[in-house]
Design a protein around this ligand. Structure first.
Ligand code: ADP
Ligand code: MG
Length: 245
């Protein structure tokens, strides 16, 4: 594994008003690593990964993403977001744009690549997620699983250094979960650096280098999937696993 650090969070804390949502989080993600974050609803998983692309601001500690330190006075948030792909639970595609335009927009508008180049890249990644034939449709004409694969392709078109996934399968009908997990697994096999918030434990076992368990804004436990699932150390981890497995 490469030693290059893509994300380095040190003693990160965050409050919403007087409510402390994250408490002294320490997490390093190295190039090529696949991290799965799990934990009960409300434990701060989404907030944490949203801090990594500055959709949320933290108040204490340090976050460095691809060499850029995130702080209140930073003027290059776009440089961070260019390098950090994000896939949301509810896809968040632009409804008024075709699949192809969804994939071409950010490279053209943010990176300034030509239309021809953006189209070529978009088709390459739509092929990568195995839906090139849907390129000229609108998101509403696609199934949930197809829309989520478009969302993944759209992120990949920016050729990010890391991909963040926030429960990408939890809004899908059960029969569509596997096509999205297969896409994510194939990205992992190709060496993509990934931080995935998910309760898909089969995926975690197959793909993750490390599984992190959060509760009440803290990292309670982390380990290699085999240790984590077969020999959890903390009572809260055991309880959580007993509820979802
Ligand atoms: P998870 O993703 O683990 O379910 P979240 O990060 O979404 O958890 O939320 C963690 C806690 O922070 C929850 O108690 C939630 O209600 C609270 N929270 C999330 N977003 C906000 C917000 N914008 N303002 C106030 N509280 C919030
Ligand atoms: Mg969440």
């Amino acid at each position: 594994m490469s030693a290059e650090k893509i994300i380095e969070a040190t003693n990160v804390s965050k409050w919403y008003g007087s409510f402390r949502v994250l408490t002294e989080i320490n997490l390093t993600v190295r190039k090529g690593e696949r991290i799965v974050i799990c934990g009960p609803s409300g434990s701060g998983k989404s907030t944490l990964i949203r801090c990594f692309n500055r959709l949320e601001a933290h108040q204490q500690g340090d976050i460095i993403v691809n060499g850029i330190r995130l702080h209140d006075k930073m003027r290059n948030v776009t440089d961070v977001r260019k390098n950090v792909g994000m896939v949301f639970q509810h896809f968040n595609l632009f409804p008024h744009m075709t699949v192809l335009m969804n994939c071409m927009a950010a490279p053209m508008w943010i990176k300034g690549v030509s239309e021809a180049e953006a189209r070529k890249t978009a088709m390459r990644f739509l092929e990568r997620v195995r839906i090139p034939e849907q390129a000229n449709k609108y998101p509403a004409q696609l199934s949930g699983g197809q829309q989520q694969r478009v969302a993944i392709a759209r992120s990949l078109c920016m050729e990010p250094a890391v991909m963040l996934f926030d429960e990408p399968t939890s809004a899908l009908d059960p029969e569509m979960v596997s096509e999205v997990l297969e896409t994510m697994t194939s990205l992992a096999r190709d060496g993509m650096t990934m931080v995935c918030v998910t309760h898909e434990m089969g995926f975690a076992r197959a793909v993750a280098d490390r599984v992190i368990f959060m509760d009440s804004g803290k990292i309670v436990e982390e380990g290699a999937p085999n240790d984590f699932f077969t020999n959890p150390q903390h009572a809260r981890t055991k309880l959580f696993l007993s509820q979802i497995l």
